[in-house]
Write a new protein. Structure first.
Length: 265
């Protein structure tokens, strides 16, 4: 994927395509200079996504011609053709789509490597590059995922649990008397209102779940294991845990930049 036009000063567009959100980031000199988040909508056309992407870039004073490289990871296969059409129509730049076969700097030691989500691979590679191994990455996204990388850079899998958002939606759907709430840290564990009680259950409950699973993973990996959290709710949940020391909200975008740069060697 080496391309003579690309260097550290050329702007890289990174796209993390998730089930709930699509996150876009622009890197220059290996630094994230702007990022945007939009809801994932399988009904949007390539033209609609193209207009949105162009408008977002314009907010940062960037035109499609400024983009010299594109790195993508997607866990929404029905959108892959739409996004590929968008990128090829809008930008004149080489595209790297990350999957299990990409050289990321870690080795996939999973029973079926193609089963590993590209976002999990990118997160694991980014964490290993940033903090070393062994490490655990906790992604508080649509699902809450726990990914393990050993000291010698081998991805060994992890655990997947329902995410906070879909857990909340399931509760609202099945319990008619419970109101919809904004997810925020309550003032105390013992909720004095229904809203506070629900916030306590979600925030402290998912923090406790994270601690319990991380504890078991670290028991297998060793006490020197570093833990990195990412995802839209990482900054809310991680401070309530006992085990998470590093919070990188844009870890997936950072991983895409690291992997892209690796291809240029």
């Amino acid at each position: 994927m080496a391309n003579g036009r690309y260097n550290d000063r050329v702007k890289l567009l990174a796209l993390d395509v998730g089930n709930t959100n699509i996150v876009l980031g622009i890197f220059e000199d290996q630094r994230l200079v702007a990022s945007w988040r939009l809801s994932t909508d399988r009904g949007r056309t390539a033209d609609e996504y193209g207009v949105l992407a162009t408008l977002m870039l314009a907010q940062a004073g960037i035109t499609p011609k400024d983009v010299g490289g594109i790195a993508v990871c997607s866990v929404v296969p029905p959108l892959d053709h739409t996004l590929r059409t968008l990128l090829t129509r809008t930008f004149d730049a080489p595209i790297l789509t990350v999957d299990h076969s990409t050289d990321t700097g870690i080795r996939i030691c999973y029973e079926t490597p193609s089963d590993v989500g590209p976002d999990r691979i990118v997160n694991a590679a980014a964490a290993y590059h940033q903090v070393g191994g062994p490490c655990v990455v906790v992604d508080f996204g649509t699902a809450t995922t726990f990914d393990v990388v050993t000291a010698n850079g081998e991805y060994h899998g992890g655990a997947i649990a329902p995410g906070i958002g879909i857990s909340m939606e399931a509760l609202f759907a099945r319990a008619a008397r419970l109101p919809r709430i904004d997810l925020a840290r309550p003032p105390r564990v013992i909720g004095k209102t229904t809203r506070e009680s629900m916030q306590s259950g979600f925030v402290f409950g998912f923090a406790g779940q994270a601690d319990a699973i991380i504890s078991r993973l670290c028991a297998e990996l060793g006490p020197e294991t570093r833990v990195v959290a990412t995802g839209g709710l990482a900054e809310l949940i991680a401070p309530e845990t006992q085990s998470i020391r590093h919070v990188r909200p844009e870890l997936t975008l950072e991983g895409l930049e690291i992997i892209w740069r690796r291809q240029q060697r």
